[in-house]
Write a protein that binds this ligand. Structure first.
Ligand SMILES: Cc1cc2nc3c(=O)[nH]c(=O)nc-3n(C[C@H](O)[C@H](O)[C@H](O)COP(=O)(O)O)c2cc1C
Length: 189
């Protein structure tokens, strides 16, 4: 599959088959991720790959965060919402936690974040080209000390994304976008 096909076909995948993703495949995706453009070659990205029992630890963290969305976290509705998120995480074969350096310099910090996000896009498109599905999530979990502990976050770094990874359980139709033509101005002289 060429890059444009992979980009056009990609959509966020919520449900995965039980098939594990081989380690060598994940390594290929990470090798693609680190090819992202990167000003001054700061290489701000770090990755933690969660599989097996580690996904259960992430499932707990995600379920706990979901409870916070409810005005009454003790309600049946809240626990059913949290259980749904836990199940979804437990059924996800792998997660790539993407970590980025936090430079004391504002411009470098912004450029590093941009680069690390481009690394995520590389990973996601490479995954699509190999028949894998992904789902990028951010949110409050990024700043959770339990996630920092799980991934062994170092001083001067932060988590910027959690990418679910696996073989899609079913074919998904990409979500619609406005046509680029509606959003583009051509300036020729
Ligand atoms: C920076 C970023 C953060 C995102 N965070 C979340 C998130 O926290 N939860 C979520 O459900 N989706 C998240 N998404 C996924 C978007 O919701 C998704 O890309 C969007 O709905 C469009 O769907 P598509 O990816 O299938 O085209 C995030 C996407 C990006 C780029």
């Amino acid at each position: 599959m060429d890059a444009i096909d992979a980009i056009q076909r990609r959509t966020s995948v919520r449900r995965f088959s039980r098939d594990p993703v081989p380690r060598e495949t994940i390594e290929r995706l990470l090798d693609a991720a680190v090819r992202a453009p990167n000003h001054k070659l700061t290489q701000p990205w770090r990755f933690a790959v969660l599989t097996g029992g580690a996904t259960a630890r992430l499932a707990d963290i995600r379920a706990r965060h979901r409870l916070k969305r409810f005005s009454d976290p003790g309600s049946a509705e809240a626990s059913s919402g949290a259980e749904k998120v836990r199940r979804e995480a437990l059924e996800t074969p792998a997660f790539v936690i993407v970590i980025c350096a936090v430079s004391p310099d504002e411009i470098t910090r912004e450029e590093d974040y941009g680069s690390a996000m481009m690394a995520i896009e590389n990973l996601i498109i490479a995954a699509e080209s190999l028949g894998l599905g992904t789902y990028l999530r951010t949110g409050g979990i990024m700043r959770d000390p339990a996630l920092a502990d799980l991934v062994g976050l170092s001083e001067g770094f932060r988590v910027i994304g959690v990418v679910s990874l696996g073989y899609p359980a079913e074919a998904e139709v990409p979500r619609r976008r406005k046509a680029a033509g509606e959003l583009t101005r051509w300036i020729e002289d």
